[in-house]
Design a protein around this ligand. Structure first.
Ligand code: ARG
Ligand code: ZN
Length: 526
């Protein structure tokens, strides 16, 4: 559901009218094929969306509305792979003679388009599909990839993006961000194309299975257990969670209408018993700041593995053991990290990035709430190495020019490698952009902006320019130059309200070693 096409230039309001007009347009398109549709010469869809960091991620010419996954795990071995069938309901945005999905898994059994067998070839990460009949612009179509296979691999904390489908002592789970989902799911693997999901699991009887959204069916027969999850709200492919194994479910009741339940490795149940329930308070804390929780359910998935990161998989955040066993630190580490992942449900999940350059909008906001929570709990020093919020901002400010050189400006990471895409610059530097903005527009306007952002773009996709436009509108100031300089400039701009703040010159190694040790390096290599 690539919403950009449906987004008017008006910010806020008018969404019902737009939806109505959109619905009418679809009806007219279906009923009266115009010359543009009927006669646009079918051509191949582009193999990528042209994302600056991942040019081949996603594909051109169509917009997925819904994914229906049917996943069979034959045995309960943790290394057991998927034998899956995925059915995509999409709408053509050009007349297509050919279209691509992203897929880098093991094998593909068969492909059909609108029920007819379709020819396909594989070309590195692309599954190239030639339907028997061309697909006409504006019309819906169904692609089914039958009996594809993919297998999980061991995770390696030194290679953060290396195992999007990984083995745990208890089974397997997924961490697709940013470009890994198509290793285990043929898909239009870019966050710009969100869709709703039905996720069906067929696993050995008694085995647990968790997908995004709510469980709508569970039954056991013939030695197999079947689960069906429904993720109603649109979701980016990178946020899928498929966790299958001996995971133990812990219900935590319903809070403000939102059921909370966790899934944990049985070996960690004791360690986590008094830690995970804090997510109930975190949910209240976040709601008090930005408003209604955007999904139908929430919880934590904690695996007994060493991933080296946590991940905001939609409705079920993923953590490894290291967050909770003392490796990364104590309560001042794991609790603000839980707040960070929860904050992503609004910032990154409900409002997904238009391109991967916009990742700072996810990480900057999640880090902002992580720091704010930690500061309130007097845990900022354990969390970051610096006890006072403003002092922390000043140290990040001092390192601004050095980070802009080493990792790139917050909105233009130098490379898609984990170290630069998920650099301290994108996280801490992203939070500093929000601090600068708050200094510029004041706390009241900043709080209104945060709420307006997650309301206006709920279930949608938004870019840095969307953020700048909304910030300008909410504050009544034209922030175009101000924010573009902060997000894309190679020099750190002056900090409003702190004319005395200075940055360390990029060549000054000695001054840097003076400032940097105070700041604990990111424990999450993310
Ligand atoms: N977005 C995650 C977080 O902030 C980081 C994930 C990095 N690792 C990965 N495999 N994508 O918590
Ligand atoms: Zn994050």
């Amino acid at each position: 559901m690539a919403s950009s096409a449906w987004r008017g230039s008006d910010v806020g309001g008018g969404s019902h009218r737009r939806r109505l007009i959109g619905a009418l347009a679809v009806l007219i398109a279906l009923a009266v094929p115009t010359s543009a549709q009927a006669f646009e010469r079918p051509s191949p869809g582009a193999p990528g969306l042209g994302d600056r960091l991942f040019p081949l991620l996603g594909n051109g010419g169509y917009d997925v509305q819904h994914y229906d996954l049917d996943l069979r795990y034959a045995t309960s071995a943790p290394s057991q792979g998927i034998d899956g069938t995925v059915t995509l309901l999409a709408v053509a945005t050009q007349s297509l003679s050919r279209l691509n999905l992203d897929f880098s898994g093991d094998s593909v059994g068969k492909v059909t388009v609108n029920g007819l067998p379709a020819a396909f070839t594989r070309d590195s990460g692309e599954l190239v599909i030639t339907p028997r009949l061309p697909l006409l612009k504006g019309l819906p179509f169904v692609v089914q990839v039958q009996h594809y296979t993919a297998h999980p691999i061991a995770s390696d904390p030194n290679d953060l993006l290396g195992a999007p489908f990984f083995i745990t002592p208890d089974g397997s789970a997924t961490a697709g961000q940013p470009a890994g989902t198509h290793a285990f799911l043929p898909s239009n693997d870019h966050p710009r194309d969100k869709a709703s999901y039905t996720i069906r699991f067929d696993v050995p009887a008694g085995e647990a299975a968790y997908g995004n959204g709510v469980l709508v069916h569970k039954s056991t027969s013939g030695g197999r257990t079947h689960y069906v999850y429904l993720q109603r709200q649109p979701m980016a492919t990178e946020l899928i969670q498929l966790a299958v194994g001996r995971y133990q479910e812990i219900g935590r009741g319903v809070h403000g209408g939102i059921p909370i339940r966790d899934a944990v490795s049985p070996s960690l149940a004791g360690l986590l018993a008094d830690k995970l329930p804090t997510e109930i308070d975190h949910l209240e804390w976040m709601k008090a700041r930005v408003g209604e929780y955007p999904f139908d359910i929430y919880g934590s998935l904690v695996v007994d593995a060493e991933l080296g990161f946590a991940l905001e998989t939609q409705t079920l955040s993923l953590y490894d053991r290291l967050w909770f066993d003392g490796t990364f630190g104590g309560q001042g580490i794991w609790e603000p990290t839980m707040v960070h992942e929860l904050a992503h449900m609004w910032f990154g999940d409900s409002v997904a990035p238009y391109s991967w350059d916009d990742l700072w909008l996810n990480e900057g906001h999640a880090t902002w709430y992580q720091f704010t929570f930690a500061a309130e709990r007097d845990e900022l020093e354990e969390n970051t190495g610096i006890a006072d919020f403003t002092d922390l901002m000043q140290v990040i400010y001092q390192l601004g020019d050095i980070w802009r050189i080493e990792d790139g400006p917050v909105g233009r990471p130098l490379s898609p490698e984990a170290a630069q895409l998920f650099s301290i610059q994108v996280y801490y530097g992203g939070a500093l952009v929000l601090y600068a903005l708050r200094q510029q527009i004041g706390d009241a306007a900043f709080q209104r902006l945060e709420r307006a952002w997650v309301t206006r773009f709920r279930d949608d996709v938004a870019s840095t320019q969307d953020f700048i436009a909304l910030a300008s509108r909410v504050s009544g100031q034209n922030l175009t130059k101000f924010l573009n300089d902060w997000v894309y400039g190679t020099k750190t701009p002056p900090m409003p309200g702190h004319p005395d703040w200075t940055v360390i010159p990029t060549g000054d190694a000695a001054a840097r070693t003076f400032a940097a040790p105070q700041l604990l390096s990111l424990r999450r290599r993310s």
